[in-house]
Design a protein around this ligand. Structure first.
Ligand code: 3HC
Length: 294
């Protein structure tokens, strides 16, 4: 397997911009590709803001921050990915869109490159099988915010070769991440456990066990979690949570993975959590306030 030097990242959204930043910080040349200029500029803006903050806090020199930014080529052109050794997709969590994207990218990127999906729950094999290189396909599942969270789940699907899997593990470790190998089972390790936990918090609210704030505060103070489960659901994105639980429910047919009615209604209202400005909390002001609907 060729040495990884140049990394392509597809999607500059919530996960993609962080994945690109982490790779550039680890010294890789990065090509960050988005569909349109406005979304690309938003993602790059977030990276620049994080780098400026690192300089301000004395965690990086201005020179280092400039070098990291300089290693990221941002583009809307798939052609810029041609020479990448590894391409990680972090586009919308929709299988048809991912398959369409891989068909295009597969014909452009050099044949020896490894492909990876940052999917949070879709089967890796479904994407691998659509490319001409199913042996060179893995899952690399980062956590939000990718710049901060230590873990990367490295997912082997039935077609993944040892060489591609080892290259992916080595890559994640070179980013100073804790790389945990896992199998291609819906939700992998973390979401299989974390998603039913967030769904149970919503059910606890529905059953009147506590208010939104009480449930969150209880889990922070009683279980030392950095965020309560409903704040976390808003942080992950309620639309993302909804699509992950649909995949898990389809796979396992267990009630614990089913969408609670409150989640269904919130999604119908367009409340996707922090990203849309409204979820279990209202994010339109200086700091999050309770959503008056609850
Ligand atoms: N991007 C980059 N850096 C960020 C960041 C972001 N979005 N948010 C916070 N940080 C950095 C800050 O710069 C800060 O570093 P500094 O003090 O050196 O500047 C550090 O993280 C701590 O941030 P804050 O002081 O602002 O806030 P907190 O101490 O509350 O930490 C948090 C924020 C790291 C997000 C923390 O609340 C946390 O760990 N929450 C839980 C997150 C979690 O569980 N993520 C996993 C979600 S599940 C998932 O992603 C899987 C997917 O498939 C659904």
């Amino acid at each position: 397997m060729a040495q990884i030097e140049k990394v392509g990242v597809l999607g500059a959204g919530l996960m993609g911009h962080g994945i690109a930043q982490v790779a550039a910080e680890a010294g890789y040349a990065v090509v960050l590709r988005e569909l349109d200029d406005a979304t690309l500029a938003r993602g790059v803006g977030k990276i620049e803001k994080q780098l400026a903050r690192a300089v301000e806090k004395g965690r990086a020199s201005q020179e280092d921050a400039d070098a990291i930014r300089g290693r990221i080529e941002d583009t809307t052109d798939y052609g810029a990915l041609a020479a990448c050794d590894l391409v990680i997709e972090a586009i919308t969590e929709s299988l048809p869109l991912k398959l369409e994207m891989w068909k295009e990218v597969d014909g452009i990127v050099k044949p020896e490159a490894v492909f990876a999906t940052n999917t949070s729950s879709l089967a890796v094999i479904d994407q691998a099988a659509t490319t001409s290189r199913p042996t060179q396909f893995v899952g690399l599942h980062y956590f939000n915010p990718a710049q901060v969270m230590k873990l990367v789940e490295v997912v082997r699907c039935v077609t993944t070769s040892d060489a591609a899997f080892d290259a992916a593990l080595e890559f994640a470790r070179s980013e100073k991440k804790l790389a945990i190998p896992t199998q291609d089972k819906a939700g992998f390790i973390v979401n299989r456990l974390l998603v039913p936990y967030m769904l149970d918090a919503i059910r606890a609210y529905e059953e009147g066990v506590g208010s939104v704030q009480e449930i969150d505060e209880a889990m922070m103070a009683g279980a030392a979690h950095p965020m309560g489960p409903l704040t976390l659901a808003d942080f992950v994105g309620l639309d993302t949570l909804g699509s992950i639980c649909d995949v898990l429910f389809d796979e396992f047919r267990e009630r614990r993975f089913a969408r609670p009615p409150t989640l269904r209604k919130m999604l119908s209202a367009g409340w996707y959590g922090r990203k849309s400005g409204m979820g279990f909390y209202d994010y339109s002001g200086e700091s999050p306030a309770p959503n008056p609907a609850f």
